[in-house]
Design a binder for this molecule. Sequence first.
Ligand code: PLP
Length: 367
Amino acid sequence: MGSVNTVLNFGAGPAKLPQEVLEYVQKELLNFNGMGMSVMEISHRSKEYMKINSDAQKSVRELLKVPDNYKILFMQGGGTGAFAAVAMNLMNRTGTADYCVTGTWSSKAAQEAAKYGKVNYVFPVAKKPGSIPDQSTWKLDPNASYVYYCANETVDGVEYDYIPETNGVPLVSDMSSSIMTKEFDVSKFGVILAGAQKNIGPAGVTVIIIRDDLIGNPMKICPSVFDFTNIDKNSSIHNTPATFSVYVMNLVFEWIKKNGGVPEMERQAAKKSELLYNTIKESNGFYSCPIDANCRSRMNIPFRVGGAEGNEALEEKFLAEAQKLNMHQLKGHRSVGGIRASLYNAVLYSDVQGLVNFMLEFKKYNS
Ligand SMILES: *Cc1c(COP(=O)(O)O)cnc(C)c1O
């Protein structure tokens, strides 16, 4: 077995999971709950699995203070599946929806929704993501079935530091890469969607939090596995769920509770991202972040090496040397280039210190 502790994993997703959770999974992998079988080998309708499922739902409610009139669903199909599911379950009301496009993921969501109804772009799509137009310039359609935005653009590093005002139109948010990293008021939302594989678990399960009055009006064409009504009625065990993923996610929720809950995740996120942004700021332009200061992500921090446009040869060297020091998955998304460090809940402050120390050294020898 490799010495896992020495690896610093800054991957954007699937991403680092808490070490304690992985060790716990390993410990009971062959014998779950004294059953003599792995959790992967038991029926999804067994009382043991149903308990995992309901414990995990209770934890979402507790950790995010979800009000009673909201349902918590576990689905498959990833964030991308949820893009379609949201449109097929909600767009029926008026046939149109508003989309705030601030980067890769909201752009994909809008394109998916356009298959099922009319999509209104709330503001012009920037050629290069990196800013959020002021709310006073937004063109919201009062007749929209919902207003959609992506709370944190994982690829581009753009994050809202506020909840948009929609004047009563249901608000839908993709929180795939920011859920449980910040306290917020769930009652401001119609639907929240989040793939687990960034902050709360392994790939394979998507969490949906939905206000109950928005359930029950799916399009006729909506597949039963994407129908929120159906998933809710069957407590998210309509068909075989991603049982192992839900099991691990449930353990991650316990880990978050043990480590101070969402308020402490938020405190850590601020501390970790500030350390990295300050290092970039104080590098006299050797490192640079192209994102507007008022919407810089606390989770995914893209930056260039060797000037604002980035020096690709230097960036290659940066990645190679980082890799030698066991710092992994720092390459920027292929559509953006440069470097990207993702600082999700399981990434420790000391991991970021390690990265920052390397950045200071690298600058010393390469500028
Ligand atoms: C990763 C991600 C997605 C896509 O998730 P898949 O599970 O790959 O479909 C969507 N939105 C955001 C913000 C993401 O970070």
